[in-house]
Design a protein around this ligand. Structure first.
Ligand code: GLY
Length: 370
């Protein structure tokens, strides 16, 4: 049942294992990488309650001992104070250069723990055990690690590839439908950016996938990871093509900033809305047919996801203010906003050549429908 995707990064290459029951197999999967049979695990309170003892048992069955640090759940944990606490705990646990640190959790825990591993003793290895769909298909793969700064999200960090990723499909069963669908926003993104056949498959299989079909979940996580692995192997540090993974994210980051990075709009929900806007913008710029944005929106609606700005509760700033927030995106180069646009479903590309007025008009129209 277990599928494996290889991330071909030379001496930093690693495997992503995807399948059910991987927490209980964690010991046999991790032990070959260990120099001594012990690991330090960083997790959060919610994940610890649901999965920490399964991981402990899975490690113990291969004779691997673990110590755990349980942090508060939520985006606020991706910050200096919790980072300091994590690094100091790992030092107190006497983690050595050749040990592995394990991140058990969603994107917040994965990013924070990966960054702690990147700087501890100038770099120790780490294993990602992502427990959200978003983390399984995106944040646990590719080595982006870091924390948030008061000035913005993910502004402090390092590229540090994991030594192994274990995506246990069973843990997705403990997600709320809203969290699952937010992660699904990133899955759809892969079809939209580079694999039209995958998008067609999702149009058919999406509902079964959301209601728990295990084979469909494994296939979707595998295809997403394959696409991410292929792009990361080509452009590890985002000098070019890796930016394709940011389809929908220029709009998303502005909407997240406008809504306070919280419960009003989850990251994956913002990605889905952002993808719909990116396709609408591509159509308005004459790059793709009118049918493409309609298909994107229809699939997201059929999945019960947020699609439009009007689906975001509460007030939003006006089009100029949203444009101002977009200009703070990390993808800005020489003051020029970079967009990921598409010549059709599966045909995304990176460009700075987007008239500001077209984006402004699109946002203003979308806001007027609220
Ligand atoms: N989440 C986008 C990337 O890893 O590049």
């Amino acid at each position: 049942m277990m599928e494996t995707v290889h991330v071909g990064l030379g001496e930093r290459a690693y495997d992503i294992h995807i399948g059910p029951g991987l927490l209980s197999q964690a010991g046999e999967l991790i032990a070959p990488l260990l120099k001594r049979p012990q690991v330090c695990v960083v997790t959060d309170e919610n994940v610890a309650r649901l999965h920490l003892e399964s991981l402990r048992a899975g490690l113990a069955s291969s004779g691997v001992k673990m110590e755990a640090l349980v942090l508060p759940a939520g985006e606020g944990t991706k910050s200096w104070p919790h980072f300091e606490r994590t690094v100091e705990w790992l030092l107190a646990e006497k983690v050595e250069r050749r040990d592995l640190v394990v991140a058990l959790g969603g994107g917040v825990i994965g990013d924070l723990t990966g960054f702690a591993a990147a700087v501890l003793r100038r770099g120790v290895g780490f294993v990602q055990i992502p427990t959200s769909l978003l983390a399984q298909v995106d944040s646990s793969v590719g080595g982006k690690t870091g924390i948030n700064a008061p000035q913005g999200k993910n502004l402090i960090g390092a590229f540090h590839q994991p030594a192994l990723v274990l995506a246990d499909i069973d843990v997705l069963g403990t997600l709320t439908p809203r969290d699952f669908l937010a992660g699904y926003g990133e899955v759809v993104k892969y079809g939209l950016l580079g694999d039209a056949d995958f998008f067609v498959w999702l149009e058919t299989k999406g509902p079964a996938l959301a209601s728990g079909d295990e084979a469909a979940r494994i296939a979707a996580v595998k295809r997403s990871c394959e696409m991410k692995a292929e792009i990361v192997a080509r452009d590890e540090t985002e000098q070019g093509d890796r930016a394709l993974l940011n389809l929908g994210h220029t709009f998303c980051h502005a909407l997240e900033a406008a809504t306070g990075y919280g419960d009003r709009l989850l990251h994956g929900e913002g990605v889905a809305i952002g993808c719909a806007l990116a396709f609408e913008l591509s159509y308005r710029l004459g790059l793709c047919s009118q049918e493409d944005p309609s298909r994107v929106r229809q699939h997201l609606s059929e999945m019960g996801m947020k699609v439009d700005l009007k689906d975001i509760p509460g007030d939003l700033p006006d089009a100029d203010a949203l444009l101002g927030l977009m200009a703070q995106d990390k993808k800005v180069v020489d003051g020029q906003l970079r967009f990921i646009l598409a010549r059709g479903i599966g045909g995304a590309f990176v460009t700075s050549d987007v008239p500001r007025e077209t984006v402004r008009n699109l946002l203003a129209e979308e806001l007027s429908r609220r």
